[in-house]
Design a protein around this ligand. Structure first.
Ligand code: MG
Ligand code: ZN
Length: 218
């Protein structure tokens, strides 16, 4: 047990060192990086498709599409207008780590990017422990999940700066309570910035786009 903990600590401190390196490179080029995390099926790829379609002529967006297997999401994001989409297939690993990002980062010309979006593997547990050099983590939750997710996975909600609640067009079709999920999330992280959107109907997305524009300008 003690050995296990030691190994884990070593892996994480090596990861933090690489992440600090990535963060420095991004800052040098004025690139804002966001690390998108969620359970599988919350709609990360859908939100990113919408975001690319809406902002591709205004912002230079690079995208790293992480998945355990297949490049399906990367292909979807290219079809949505992504010019600079890099698939990152983990081949079984349930999270991205800084070493993987270090490997794909040279594929991007950072001097020609405003925003780098990293779509993590769908998993609310270990991606919370791996710093990828991002400016912030964005956690997605959809109304088809339990509204107690923030309480079940506090690490992820504590380490995220933004929470996007997706599929609000489906509110009322289940026991998911919008006010309760927000209260649960704020109990874990009072500073969480919250968006309520539907990628299907487009509701709420304008506020999300405005926030992204502001973030890049700052
Ligand atoms: Mg996806
Ligand atoms: Zn993992």
């Amino acid at each position: 047990m003690a050995t296990q903990v030691k190994i884990e600590k070593k892996v994480l401190s090596e990861n933090d060192r690489l992440a600090a390196d990535i963060r420095q490179q991004l800052q040098q080029h004025g690139v804002v990086a966001l690390n998108f995390v969620s359970s599988p099926g919350s709609g990360k790829t859908s939100l990113l498709e919408k975001t690319l379609s809406a902002l591709k002529d205004e912002l230079r967006i690079g995208l790293i599409a992480g998945d355990v297997q297949t490049e399906n999401d990367a292909n979807r994001l290219r079809l949505a207008g992504g010019q600079m989409v890099q698939p990152l297939v983990t081949g079984g690993a349930c999270h991205l780590d800084a070493k993987m990002i270090t490997r794909v980062l040279p594929e991007f010309d950072l001097s020609r990017l405003d925003l780098l979006i990293i779509e993590n593997v769908g998993n609310l547990v270990c991606p919370s422990s791996y710093d990828l050099g991002e400016a912030m983590k964005v956690v997605l939750i959809s109304t088809t999940e339990g509204d107690d997710k923030p309480l079940k996975y506090p690490g992820m909600f504590r380490r995220s700066s933004v929470m996007v609640i997706n599929k609000i067009d489906l509110l009322g079709t289940s026991d998911f309570d919008l006010e309760r999920v927000k209260a649960n999330a704020r109990q874990i992280n009072a500073d969480l910035k919250i968006f309520e959107v539907s990628c299907r109907t487009g509701e709420g997305l304008d506020a999300w786009y405005d926030w992204l524009r502001d973030l890049v300008r700052r």
